[in-house]
Design a protein around this ligand. Structure first.
Ligand SMILES: *[C@@H]1O[C@H](CO)[C@@H](O)[C@H](O)[C@H]1NC(C)=O
Ligand SMILES: *[C@@H]1O[C@H](CO)[C@@H](O)[C@H](O)[C@H]1NC(C)=O
Ligand SMILES: *[C@@H]1O[C@H](CO)[C@@H](O)[C@H](O)[C@H]1NC(C)=O
Ligand SMILES: *[C@@H]1O[C@H](CO)[C@@H](O)[C@H](O)[C@H]1NC(C)=O
Ligand SMILES: CC(=O)N[C@H]1CO[C@H](CO)[C@@H](O)[C@@H]1O
Length: 445
């Protein structure tokens, strides 16, 4: 069986050459964080949601970036600050809300139950923000909110993983029909007939123009030419029609790649060509997000809201992905048991910095950007990956332990809890939680 690129999390050369660079990056990141506390957005959280829109859109809630409307038991209106993305995983015996048998949308390689994963506890957690509650996904409410609208996932297979989670969560109310115009398995379009709601995933793992220069490449995992300052028209020509666009990108940047800017070769990553400077993964990651955001800001007809779904850490332990590394934990971390560091921190910081720049420019261009900040919650779920249960055991030679994607049902169902919560805030007009990166203090424990 041929190794399919979407199943391959990382470029093979990552480990041979990357170690010293990554160690260095970690050091730099820590220095930076110790010296300069990082500020990033405060998300306000409306407990009172859709029950009374007239009250919630009062001028005071619109003008405050950090407060939101809460109704107490005596109908007194107060404001409450809550960052929904900082919290803990707590047991939720009622989960899951769909199974591999009720939902056909689960990609084979994330259908862990099908391939014999013996435990189910990893499905039975919910995210509890420190200062408020995050409601469990309500499919009817979601579909009402998106009636007549459209949502595009732009990015890689982890983005598709979230889309399939969303389809499964919504399946208690309605299944979509496939209205794809292409036969490309990587890009599908779905229609919810009763709600006139469209979902599409658009394959663009690098977010910028990319061409596979050599299917084998120096590591047998392909060599890609990345045009870091050029738009990937696969999505930039398509998103005008969408109300919501969720962009994501991550693990593909670790593959061997040649970097072009202004059509000139400027460097590479793991290209093993001594004449070309290895500029490292953070270089292309930053440039790619910068270009993707520039594309969005340049689209005259795009009126939608752009969500950046932040980097989702992988959890290989006891070895790298191609050296027998695996993810065998059976419960989430507490916030005190882990912290964002090293490569994950660097990628996350890069995204936040580029997001901040995009948001600033968006003020001029009239574009709206939101941070779907899944990184911390996701970091705390080493137990949610397929590991060896993304395929049959005898397919051993072609598929590694997958500690990158997520079993469904599983932890990333919570990404859609976040998404619904953010859509509710949009609906209420309490979008002045709009992410000003200076509003929220990020604590790296
Ligand atoms: C919504 O708020 C308005 C103004 O406070 C009030 O008159 C109305 O009864 C409320 N409606 C509901 C459904 O609570
Ligand atoms: C779902 O998982 C069960 C094992 O829990 C398996 O027997 C069944 O074949 C799976 N069904 C589908 C449709 O994947
Ligand atoms: C469905 O939604 C689109 C906008 O996404 C709108 O243009 C169209 O008129 C809607 N169709 C129906 C039947 O409501
Ligand atoms: C790399 O540089 C060396 C010396 O400058 C040259 O001989 C060689 O042809 C170059 N290789 C490539 C692939 O450009
Ligand atoms: C399908 C496949 O490649 N199976 C291989 C799994 O690993 C054993 C032992 O290395 C091989 O004998 C099988 O051929």
């Amino acid at each position: 069986m041929k190794l399919h690129p979407i199943d391959l999390p990382l470029g093979k050369k990552q480990n041979l050459q990357g170690t010293s660079k990554i160690t260095f990056a970690v050091g730099v990141a820590f220095l930076f964080l110790t010296a300069v506390p990082l500020y990033y957005p405060l998300i306000s959280y409306p407990l009172f949601l859709l029950s009374n829109l007239s009250r919630s859109s009062s001028p005071s809630s619109l003008s405050s970036s950090s407060s939101n409307v809460v109704e107490d038991s005596k109908n007194h209106i107060t404001t409450k600050k809550c960052d929904i993305f900082t919290g803990e995983w707590v047991p939720n015996p009622s989960a899951p809300y769909y199974t591999n048998n009720t939902c056909w949308a689960i990609h084979n390689h994330q259908n862990c139950m099908k391939y014999g994963r013996p435990d189910t506890d990893f499905m039975k957690w919910r995210w509890k923000p420190d200062d408020c509650e995050l409601p469990i996904f309500n499919p009817s409410q979601f579909l009402e909110l998106v009636r007549g609208k459209s949502l595009a996932f732009v990015g890689d297979s982890v983005g598709r993983n979230q889309m399939q989670s969303l389809i499964c969560l919504l399946s208690r109310v309605e299944y979509p029909v496939d209205v794809s115009t292409s036969t490309d398995e990587l890009s599908r379009r779905w229609e919810y007939i009763n709600y006139n709601f469209t979902i599409e995933n658009i394959w663009s793992p690098y977010l910028v123009k990319a061409r596979e220069a050599d299917p084998n490449g120096p590591a047998g995992t392909g060599l890609f030419n990345l045009y870091l300052d050029e738009f990937d028209e696969a999505w930039t020509t398509k998103i005008d029609e969408f109300d919501y666009v969720i962009i994501n990108g991550g693990h593909w940047f670790f593959r061997p790649s040649m970097f072009f800017e202004n059509n000139q070769l400027v460097g590479c990553h793991y290209c093993l060509d001594k004449n070309v400077t290895d500029l490292g993964v953070y270089y292309s990651y930053r440039k790619a997000f910068r270009t993707a955001f520039r594309a969005i800001n340049s689209l005259k007809n795009f009126k939608g809201i752009t969500f950046l779904r932040t980097f989702a850490p992988s959890h290989f332990e006891n070895g790298l992905w191609n050296e027998g590394g695996n993810c065998v934990r059976r419960r989430p971390f507490l916030s005190t048991e882990t912290h964002l560091d090293g490569r994950d921190l660097e990628l996350y910081m890069t995204q936040l910095e580029e997001f901040k720049g995009a948001e600033r420019e968006g003020v001029q261009t009239g574009k709206q950007f939101r941070l779907l900040d899944t990184t911390e919650a996701t970091l705390m779920r080493p137990d949610g990956h397929p590991s060896k249960y993304g395929h049959w055991p005898e397919e051993n030679a072609t598929l590694y332990n997958d500690c990158v994607h997520w079993c469904l049902p599983g932890p990333i169902d919570t990404w859609n809890d976040f998404l619904l919560e953010m859509l509710k805030m949009e609906k209420m007009g309490s979008f002045d939680w709009r992410l000003h990166l200076s509003d929220r203090k990020m604590k790296f424990k």
